[in-house]
Design a protein around this ligand. Structure first.
Ligand SMILES: [Cu+2]
Ligand SMILES: [Zn+2]
Length: 244
């Protein structure tokens, strides 16, 4: 698209210069006026594209999505209320997905625990996380080869905070996860090694604590999270140095 615009710009600029003063055998002033109009329109489209890129965060023109995690509506009172944010970025179609997971509300156990997170088929929270259906499985393969099998995440002091890259899910194309649900489970994913049919369907990850629907977004939430992530790592490094 941009390459085409560049060609049009060069052609229009060249024609506009050449035909400003019509001479013998040169196109009429009508044609010159049409070319100048075309040039002006191309410039207008170019400016609009540039402004849109700037409004969308400048250099980061990839695909983005957000998922605001809420406790399942069908949880009983004894279950932890997990909330937070999951952000996705994909630099372009065909590239691997990156994600920030930032969740809190898990029991603050003395030892860290491991919780499974997956993409489920439906973005339907009408019956809490139960109505999100099975794992999203567009290629009819076994767990944990589903595109949204994000695996296990360590929870420390009731908090899950992780950046992951190289994820197989996509925000574009026929297997896009936009509009589908992300589910946070109470237990650990056995990654298909449980020796049962259930293990090959969902990894025996326990009941559904919390979930959200993936929605397309601009790049601003990702940029904020990336900055916060960098600051947290800096604080961790500094506190590590101070105690070393
Ligand atoms: Cu799941
Ligand atoms: Zn799965």
């Amino acid at each position: 698209m941009l390459a085409l615009l560049c060609c049009c710009l060069l052609l229009a600029a060249r024609c506009s210069d050449t035909w400003n003063v019509p001479g013998p055998g040169q196109p009429s002033s009508d044609l010159a006026a049409q070319i100048r109009d075309m040039y002006a329109k191309v410039m207008e489209i170019w400016r609009a594209l540039t402004q849109r890129r700037e409004a969308d965060g400048g250099q980061d023109a990839g695909l983005h999505a957000v998922c605001r995690v809420q406790p399942s509506a069908t949880l009983d009172a004894a279950q932890p209320r997990v909330t937070g944010l999951i952000l996705f970025r994909q630099q372009g179609p065909g590239t691997k997905l990156e994600a920030f997971f930032d969740l809190e509300g898990f029991p603050a156990e003395p030892n860290s625990s491991s919780r499974a997170i997956h993409v489920h088929r439906f973005g339907d929270l009408s019956q809490g996380c139960e109505s999100t259906g099975p794992h999203y499985n567009p290629l009819a393969v076994a767990h944990p080869q589903h595109p949204g099998d994000f695996g296990n995440f360590m929870v420390r002091d009731g908090r899950l905070w992780k950046y992951r890259a190289g994820l197989a899910a996509s925000l574009a194309g026929p297997h896009s996860i936009v509009g589908r649900a992300v589910v946070v489970h109470a237990g650990e994913d056995d990654l298909g090694r449980g020796g049962t049919q259930a293990s090959l369907e969902h990894g025996n990850a326990g009941h559904r604590l919390a979930c959200c629907v993936v929605g397309a977004s601009g790049s601003a939430p990702w940029a904020r999270q990336a900055q916060e992530h960098a600051e947290r790592w800096k604080r961790r490094r500094e506190s590590g140095c101070a105690t070393a």
